[in-house]
Design a binder for this molecule. Structure first.
Ligand SMILES: C[S@@+](CC[C@H](N)C(=O)[O-])C[C@H]1O[C@@H](n2cnc3c(N)ncnc32)[C@H](O)[C@@H]1O
Length: 317
């Protein structure tokens, strides 16, 4: 910080967040005021409004990092972020939470004890329950079971936790990923001693908050052949390439696409609490839904934003 000629002005070097700088620059052009002037005005206003209550200024911010074409992305921990402004407004949640399989997710600890993992699951489900509309729905992509550090019936336990939180069970879709490369452990080969049985499928659990039938009419966008095919609860399509996307566990766009078209109306609000590489938002955009995504890891946020921007430019071509 350096003092200029008199006591009225002091010069301070600050590093602004890129988005903030871009917004200020736009404001400065529109209002024909210098950046310096604008910053002084804004700071004065903020400080005036928080006189005697500076604590408010430093509360954790939501950290909205992207907002375009009815898509919003927050870089934050879903458990901690304040999303109370959406309470009762979310129509459909589509997500794939961390599976606790010790995947390297940057900031998230994916190696909790199984008990802690279920407690954490309960926490995010409770928060989600609050945010959903009374006729809101949730589609959660989860493994059938887990065979790392002992077999666990993760799908069954997840449903139990969700029911304890208050969710009502609707159905389960079996996603046949056709991933045969998973077949590595046979247990006792050609012997009944202790063989392993592994189903190369994942589950999509469909539950709802209070009532399954939608309270209001809306515009459905599903086609006849899609409805007939997708209401058969075994879905067969391939998984997404981790390498291509740059994320350790992306799902293919086909998964949120089917859930969105089957379970939501046009213009509904879709939420993905564990956005990862942004797949749910890409699909929401393609299908004309509004969507909100939360992701804890800045690197995945960058990947998601890049994918979404690419999507905007291809659809406008
Ligand atoms: C299974 S991946 C989701 C992948 C996503 N469906 C896609 O297609 O890319 C789970 C994501 O949740 C993120 N995550 C873990 N804990 C989180 C938390 N507490 N809040 C927000 N995101 C979190 C991880 O960083 C990871 O990207």
């Amino acid at each position: 910080m350096k003092y200029l000629t008199d006591n009225q002005l002091k010069e301070l070097k600050v590093r602004l967040k890129w988005e903030l700088y871009e917004r200020l620059k736009d404001m400065s052009e529109v209002e024909e005021k210098s950046l310096n002037f604008l910053l002084n005005e804004l700071l004065q206003e903020v400080l005036k409004n928080t006189e005697n209550n500076n604590e408010d200024l430093f509360k954790e911010k939501e950290n909205l990092v992207f907002y375009e074409n009815n898509l919003e992305i927050y870089n934050n921990d879903y458990i901690n972020i304040d999303l109370s402004k959406y309470k009762g407004f979310i129509n459909l949640v589509i997500t794939s939470p961390p599976y606790n399989l010790s995947i390297e997710y940057g900031q998230h600890n994916d190696s909790l004890t199984y008990e802690d993992y279920l407690k954490w699951t309960e926490k995010w489900l409770m928060k989600t329950y609050e945010l959903l509309a009374d006729d809101g729905r949730i589609c959660v992509n989860i493994p059938l079971d887990k065979n790392k550090n002992g077999l666990k019936s993760i799908y069954a336990d997840f449903v139990e936790v969700a029911k304890r939180v208050g969710f009502k069970y609707q159905s389960t879709i079996v996603w046949n990923e056709q991933n045969i490369s998973r077949r590595t452990a046979w247990g006792s080969w050609l012997s009944a001693s202790a063989p392993y049985v592994i189903a190369p499928v994942e589950m999509i659990v469909v539950m709802y908050k209070k009532q399954w039938k939608r309270l209001r009419k809306g515009e459905s966008t599903i086609e006849r052949n899609e409805f007939i095919e997708w209401t058969n609860g075994v879905w067969t399509f391939s998984g997404e390439s981790k390498k291509k996307i740059g994320h350790p566990a992306p799902y293919p766009v086909e998964l949120p696409k089917r859930c969105i078209k089957l379970f939501s109306y046009k213009d509904d609000i879709v939420l993905d609490p564990f956005l990862g590489s942004g797949t749910t938002l890409i699909s929401a955009y393609r299908e004309g839904r509004k969507a909100i995504g939360i992701e804890i890891d800045k690197n995945y946020i960058d990947i998601a934003i890049e994918r979404i921007k690419k999507e905007f430019s291809t659809l406008f071509k």
